[in-house]
Design a protein around this ligand. Sequence first.
Ligand SMILES: *Cc1c(COP(=O)(O)O)cnc(C)c1O
Length: 421
Amino acid sequence: MNKETIAIHHGYEKDTQGTTAVPIYQTTAYAFQSAKQASDRFTLQDLGNIYTRLTNPTTAVLEARLAQLEGGASALATSSGQAAIFYAISNLIEAGDNIIISDKIYGGSVTLFKHTLKRFGLEARVFNLDDPSTIESLVDDKTKAIFFESLSNPQIVVADIDAISAVAKKHGIISICDNTVATPYLVNPIAHGTDIVVHSCSKYISGQGLALGGAIIDRDGLLEFFKDNPRYSHFFTPDESYHGLVYTDLPFPPFNLRIRLALLRDIGATPSPFNSWSLIQSLETLSLRIEKHSHNTLKVAKFLESHPKVSNLNYPGLETNKYNNLSKKYFKDGLCSGLLSFEVANKDTAWKILDNTKLFSIVVNIGDSKSIITHPSSTTHQQIPLDEQAKIGISQGLIRLSIGLEDADDLIEDLKLALNA
Ligand SMILES: *Cc1c(COP(=O)(O)O)cnc(C)c1O
């Protein structure tokens, strides 16, 4: 099936009422038919529902669709993108381990790895996304993951997914790609050798800024990968917290299985059934929206590129962009989604533009149908010191736009007035 069809039909059999829309199973718990069934559910003899912290029938439809759209073995939905990233990493590490991260990733991921998880004994080693050959020198026995974004937010840089995945494969390390901005419609990292894909569903998948959500998708074949892989002995040795269960002995994709049985059990961060339902509605139109976001953004980028107050316009869809070839290689029809950034003289000029736009809202979200303007240095990346911001390409004059689904000419007119104000 093609993605447009998967997004609308996959994973839902009409219920006994013939309901065409996926119902919202707004319930915390599930009644068992007998004491024996209850017990069997806990021993995994029977895989039915126990409690919504672990599984929910509405969320299961969202998970089935996301797994299929990414070409993965299974998906696990979480309450936010950050929860998905936290689970994906903490499923692999213990104190004393390290992970290798791209230098161009979301601000919340930077603080998660470099500060919050540091206190739990994790070291984050940074590689230059423009040069994946630098990864290898950072690898040692304690390296448990290589983490990057396919299309980075806010730098809008395209990753060489094949090259990064190849280094991970060579050393038997799990690679994790945050595919939030590119979306499963433009690229499937798993098809390029990545092991795990994570999403913030709060952005393009929601599409109207209506619901927070996250997802983790694992690839086929990880059972073989984890069996006897000394980096990840917790997958093939007994888990004391689950009566000595050995994840690689079960016939399920082990990565998400362990997150569901151990991490969701212990930490929660499960989506509400209502948010899962909302994301199911949004997913139906993802392909249409991403095409329109991409075409609109290219038009706005072409306008801004020629404006005298604008420098360093960054949109990989432009022929002049350093990442244009990579975007043509990896993204469907060379479409580049809805994020662009550019620089103006300084912070004051940037703030003036933000305050003078009328159609653009000053918001730190992205991927909404409504266009958004952001000053990353003073908002999304404020917790990162200025000198470190500069190193990762965030200058004080940097403005990020998330181009919505309005008419592109109206957006251009609005920006023209704001830039000349
Ligand atoms: C927003 C975002 C996240 C975090 O997602 P939330 O749903 O807001 O928790 C992670 N990665 C990227 C690339 C994002 O843009």
